[in-house]
Each structure stands twice: as structure tokens, then as C-alpha cells.
Ligand binder design. Structure first.
Ligand code: 5AD
Ligand code: SF4
Length: 461
């Protein structure tokens, strides 16, 4: 969550209002929350980190697994109590909005389950937020979940320089949304809709504004980011590789990353970008989900285990120092011990620097939820533990081989102790170093001295 500067009187309409924003789930939600915050700032809202102080509470939610979705309802219960207590003490009113993928998936069911909610707004309609809030203030309960043809990003106001700067020296930029792949476990094609790429000129201009405000690293986001395509400045159809080349030309932008990708969309121009673009950091998040061909097929991943392993090798051949990351699901319906062993074996072959892993969670409306042979929870838990043990060993091994290396470190924020700063290595590891606060935003040379499971320590050279 980010804290906004107080708005100037010209920007506010009427008295100062406070919004408390809580973001669940993925980085795309983080980006969306920032854009909603920018839209609300134009309406006179500034962000607060204290829910007791809020005129508006906005939950930006995630529907990917059951646990994430259920958390929203427990939060709404707590918010309801806060609101009632405040009203009973003669305090001000509080409006409550639910945005994001739970809003899209459950729509007016949220109003039924949670009487405290005034507004339900899906990810494709954020540009309608100020208008929807106006109706809320007229006493209506509003649901906005239509998929419209409108380009919401085009209609959302741009962030002020000061707002961008207050969010730090790294930034997210959503370049693509939605998914046409329909993996059988996944809600994304239903909650975010079909694949849409934002136009290149819009993205270049947004990246330039971020850099002008002091951002030095941009992570391009998309549910299927490497499926991004659009008409480039030269009139030709570009893919993500070409877009990265163009963004790399922006002076003052030092680092580029992108996430999250699908193996089927890793074309040669993108692979070559890892060889040719110095600013593109040597890190790739490429989910595989399972190492068993049988499970990959029933997940509708549309690639085999062997194709994935060969692809990883091709990318490593052009960029040998690449850190690989992935997503894994254990306990998909029909997964036997042998299928699971195939996943462990794939992990041993690929050697990941980092990874995310989950127990399969059946999601309403997805084909997987109706499959036979669901795996019992205790077996899922056992497999997840074994998988995470192996991944943690690989992560530590990757970090340990960094010890003694001299690297460039982008200093991002203050550390836990006085005099410490935290930065990111090219491979996305957190690195702790003794440095002055005024150095935040600098890229400095450091020598890695120690590897812990989740961070590295370094000395300035
Ligand atoms: N159950 C468990 N994990 C899931 N993911 C997506 N859907 C599910 C589900 N139903 C995981 C995948 C995906 C990541 C974002 O979340 O690994 O890559
Ligand atoms: Fe979901 Fe990713 Fe599969 Fe799309 S590619 S359906 S977002 S897991």
C-alpha cells in the first residue's frame, strides 16, 4: 500500500476525505490500487493507513484460491464492527467498496453476504469509480462488473509526480490484462476476461512519466505478459521483445523486468531480448505448474514437460546467469505419487533460484473443480511440504553461490536497523547493506558477504 501526499486545494473538491486501501493478491492488483488511488486523489481523497480514520474503505481482492477469497469476508466483518462502533460514538459515516477479482466473480452476492458493502466494482470498470461513488453517496448500493469496450487505463487519471515518487524508485506498469489460455484450474480468464494489450505509445509515455518522477526500475505486468502485442512506432506488429527494446531506450530507466509469462508465448525475439538488452534483468518467472505430462494435459497447459525443459535451456543458453522462477500446484485432481515425483524431478533438472507453490484449490466455475479424483487435503499438504523443502534448498544454493560476487544493487528502502538500506540484486534477491538514506534510488557496487534463506548481506565496494 502506498501513502499519498496531501492534495493541494485546487485538486480537491470540498473537504479532505480519507481512503483506506487494502490490496490482496498479485502485483497487478497493486498497480490497480495505485491507479484507483490516483483517480480518488482527483476527487479529494488522500490515503490513510488507519482504517478508523477512513471515509472510504476499498478492498482490492483476489479470487485465485479459496483462502484468498474468504479473507475478504473476514475483513468485511471487522470493518463492519469498526463502522458500527464509530457511528455509535457519534463519529462520521464510512463507505465500503470491494474491487478486484472477488468483486468480478461474486458481484451482487457480496452485497447479500455483507450488508456493510456499498459498492462492488470489477477490474474492468475502475474508470467508473468516481461516478459509482457519487451514486453511493446518493444512498444507492452499486454493482459495476460489466466488461466494457472502454480502455479503462486511458480513462484513469495519470499520477502526479509527487505521488509516483512517494511510491519508491521501482514501479509496476500493467501492459496486458486477461488470459485466453483457460488452464483448467484458473479463474483468471473469467475474472479478468480475455487478453487485451495496451498500445505501445501509451506504455512508452507512462514509462517516461515514471522515470521523470525518479523511478529507475519498471516491472511490466500482465497475467500473460509475454503474450503482449501491439502496433509499434514503426507501424509493424511488436511483441514484448520489441517493446522491451523500445523502453530500454528511455534515459534514466536502468532496469526492466516482466512478469508473469506462459511457456507457449516465449518467442525467439523475447529470448534474444535476454541476450541483447543490458537493462533487462537476468530473472525470469516462467510457471510450469507440474512436471507430469498427464497432469499438464489435464490442466490444459498446452505444453509438455520436455518442451518446458528445452525452452528453459534455450533461454539459459543466451543468458547463462539467468535466475529462474516458477509456480507449482500440488494435488491437482488425478495427481498420483508418481506424477508428483515427476514434478520434483523437473525441479531438480531446471534448478530454480526462486519459486511459488500452492495446494490445488478448486475454484467454482473452472473445469478442474468438476474433475474426478480430487486429492485428499492431507496428501496435498504432505506434497507441498516436500516440494517446498526442495525449492528452499535450491533457493539457498542459488544465494550461496552469489557470496563473494560483486554486483550492482538498486537501493530501494530503509532496512530494519538504523543505517541499513535494502536493495535488489539483478536476480531480485533482497540485499541488506549499510548505507545512508540519501542513497535510496542509487545503483551502487557491492560485494555479497553472506547468504540467508530470504536475503543477502553485502558491503559497499
Ligand atoms: N489452486 C492453486 N493454485 C492456483 N494458481 C492459480 N489457480 C490456482 C488454484 N485453483 C496458482 C498458479 C498460478 C499462480 C498465480 O497461482 O500456480 O501460476
Ligand atoms: Fe491462469 Fe495463467 Fe493459465 Fe491464464 S495462463 S489461465 S492466468 S494460470
Amino acid at each position: 500500500m502506498s501513502t499519498l501526499d496531501k492534495q493541494t486545494p485546487q485538486q480537491t473538491s470540498g473537504k479532505e476525505k480519507k481512503v483506506f486501501i487494502k490490496t490482496f493478491g498479485c502485483q497487478m492488483n497493486v498497480y490497480d490500487s495505485e491507479r484507483m488511488s490516483d483517480a480518488l486523489a482527483k476527487d479529494g481523497y488522500s490515503e490513510t493507513t488507519n482504517v478508523d480514520d477512513a471515509d472510504l474503505v476499498l478492498l482490492n481482492t483476489c479470487h485465485i484460491r479459496e483462502k484468498a477469497a474468504e479473507k475478504v469476508y473476514s475483513d468485511l466483518g471487522r470493518i463492519n464492527k469498526t463502522k458500527e462502533k464509530r457511528l455509535a460514538a457519534g463519529g462520521k459515516d464510512m463507505k465500503v467498496a470491494v474491487a478486484g477479482c472477488v468483486a468480478q466473480a461474486e458481484g451482487k452476492e457480496i452485497l447479500r453476504r455483507s450488508p456493510v458493502v456499498d459498492l462492488v466494482i470489477g477490474p474492468q470498470t475502475y474508470h467508473q469509480l468516481p461516478n459509482a461513488l457519487e451514486r453511493v453517496h446518493q444512498g444507492k448500493r452499486v454493482v459495476e462488473t460489466e466488461f466494457t469496450e472502454d480502455d479503462k487505463f486511458e480513462h484513469l487519471p495519470k499520477a502526479e509526480k509527487k505521488q509516483i515518487r512517494s511510491r519508491g524508485v521501482t514501479a509496476f506498469l500493467t501492459v496486458q490484462e486477461g488470459c485466453d489460455k483457460f488452464c483448467t484450474f484458473c479463474v483468471v480468464p473469467y475474472t479478468r476476461g480475455s487478453e487485451v494489450s495496451r498500445p505501445a505509445n501509451q506504455l512508452i509515455s507512462e514509462a517516461e512519466s515514471l522515470v521523470a518522477a525518479g523511478v529507475r526500475e519498471i516491472t511490466l505486468l500482465g497475467q500473460n505478459v509475454n503474450a503482449w502485442h501491439g502496433e509499434g512506432g514503426d507501424g509493424r506488429e511488436w511483441g514484448l521483445g520489441e517493446l522491451l527494446h523500445e523502453l530500454a531506450k528511455i534515459e534514466g530507466l536502468d532496469r526492466l523486468r516482466y512478469t508473469t509469462s506462459h511457456p507457449r508465448d516465449m518467442d525467439q525475439s523475447l529470448i534474444n531480448a535476454h541476450r541483447d538488452i543490458e537493462k533487462l534483468m537476468p530473472y525470469l518467472h516462467l510457471p510450469v505448474q507440474s512436471g507430469s505430462d498427464k497432469i499438464l494435459k489435464s490442466m490444459n497447459r498446452r505444453h509438455t514437460r520436455d518442451e518446458y525443459i528445452k525452452l528453459m535451456k534455450r533461454i539459459r543458453d543466451v543468458r547463462p546467469d539467468l535466475a529462474l522462477s516458477g509456480d507449482f500446484i500440488v494435488g491437482f485432481p488425478g495427481e498420483t505419487e508418481e506424477d508428483f515425483e515427476d514434478t520434483l524431478d523437473l525441479i531438480r533438472q531446471v534448478e530454480y533460484a526462486q519459486a511459488y507453490s500452492f495446494k490445488y484449490s478448486p475454484r467454482p466455475g473452472t473445469p478442474g473443480a468438476d474433475f474426478d479424483n480430487h486429492v485428499p487435503e492431507d496428501i496435498k499438504a504432505d506434497r507441498l511440504k516436500r516440494l517446498q523443502t526442495l525449492l528452499a534448498e535450491q533457493q539457498l544454493a542459488f544465494s550461496q553461490q552469489c557470496v563473494g560476487k560483486d554486483i550492482d544493487l538498486l537501493l530501494e528502502k530503509k532496512g530494519k536497523r538504523e543505517g541499513q538500506l535494502i536493495g535488489r540484486s539483478p536476480w531480485l534477491q533482497s540485499v541488506i547493506v549499510d548505507a545512508k538514506e540519501s542513497q535510496i534510488g542509487d545503483i551502487i557496487k557491492v560485494r555479497i558477504t553472506r547468504a540467508a534463506p530470504n536475503s543477502l548481506e553485502a558491503d559497499i565496494i
